[in-house]
Design a protein around this ligand. Structure first.
Ligand SMILES: C[S@@+](CC[C@H](N)C(=O)[O-])C[C@H]1O[C@@H](n2cnc3c(N)ncnc32)[C@H](O)[C@@H]1O
Length: 267
């Protein structure tokens, strides 16, 4: 691109706000928000790194609203909402519930996703076990690589997570859930699932996540879903790189969603 073209773009972008103001000044009121012109209507979703004018009526749909309330009742997310991520998790769980195989989540914290899924798909009627693997008191800092430290991952360390083990036992008491406390990969062999239909990986770091993926890959039944919670988030770029390599080595690809989640299906 020539210098002149660059200068013209710069000039237009600089004067555009004044041009816009000239024609729209009288429309501004206390409810006005400045948004760029590619939106096709009122903003419907503006949280968790995602802003859109696209339809998200699912938020108020009673079945999902009830499941989301179950997730929120575990008190996981201080100060923000993430309906769209929970919706994706619930939708995919529903999609694979008819397959043979159990459900597994590595990286559970208070169990928000899993609690939502159990409600949304009436998990108790399926005759499956939901395995939940976590330290339940946070992030083993020594598993973090230098590249991840440089990306800022250690902000999840220290006392970012509190000990939620007893709370999780209470949350899932009475459900067919096996709560496995300890560090992945050390605990993987304690997960007795021989076939897996649903695998959610959300441990925020490459080493345990790839270890979990390698461990469960051969146990995943055809059609099983793998949800990578952090796949598209900028600070988690090292997980994306590691999972892209993993997917390539298995001759498959990861679907990148605007929620930040990465989705794979076992063929
Ligand atoms: C973002 S939270 C998971 C959130 C959860 N999926 C939900 O539904 O809200 C990440 C969790 O990963 C756990 N974790 C991180 N590294 C781990 C490891 N190596 N082994 C077990 N758990 C780990 C942390 O204790 C934390 O609870």
């Amino acid at each position: 691109m020539s210098l002149l073209s660059r200068f013209k773009i710069f000039l237009w972008r600089s004067i555009y706000p004044f041009y816009w103001l000239w024609f729209n000044f009288n429309k501004i009121d206390s409810r006005s928000r400045l948004i760029s012109s590619h939106y096709q209507g009122a903003i419907t979703y503006d949280t968790d790194g995602l802003t859109t004018s696209n339809n998200c009526d699912f938020i108020t749909e009673p079945r999902f609203a009830k499941a989301y309330a179950c997730a929120a009742s575990t008190n996981p997310w201080k100060g923000f909402t993430l309906h769209w991520r929970v919706y994706v998790v619930c939708w995919l769980a529903n999609h694979v519930k008819g397959l043979a195989g159990d459900f597994v989540e590595c990286g559970v914290n208070t169990g928000a996703y899993s609690r939502a899924v159990i409600d949304y798909i009436e998990f108790e009627k399926l005759g499956k076990t939901f395995y939940l693997l976590d330290t339940f008191d946070g992030f083993p800092d020594e598993q973090v690589t230098e590249a991840e430290k440089a990306a800022g991952i250690l902000q999840y360390g220290g006392n970012h997570y509190k000990d939620v083990y007893d709370q999780v036992l209470k949350t899932f008491a009475g459900f067919s859930v096996d709560v496995i406390r300890g560090r992945v990969p050390d605990t993987l062999l304690r997960c007795k699932a021989q076939a897996v239909a649903y695998l959610s990986i959300d441990m925020n770091a490459v080493v345990p996540e790839i270890a979990a993926m390698e461990f469960f890959w051969d146990k995943l039944v055809p059609g099983a879903v793998i949800i990578l919670d952090d796949y598209g988030f900028p600070m988690h770029i090292n997980q994306k790189k590691a999972f892209d390599l993993f997917a390539k080595s298995r001759n498959t690809e990861i679907l990148s969603l605007p929620t930040g989640q990465g989705i794979m299906f076992k063929s």
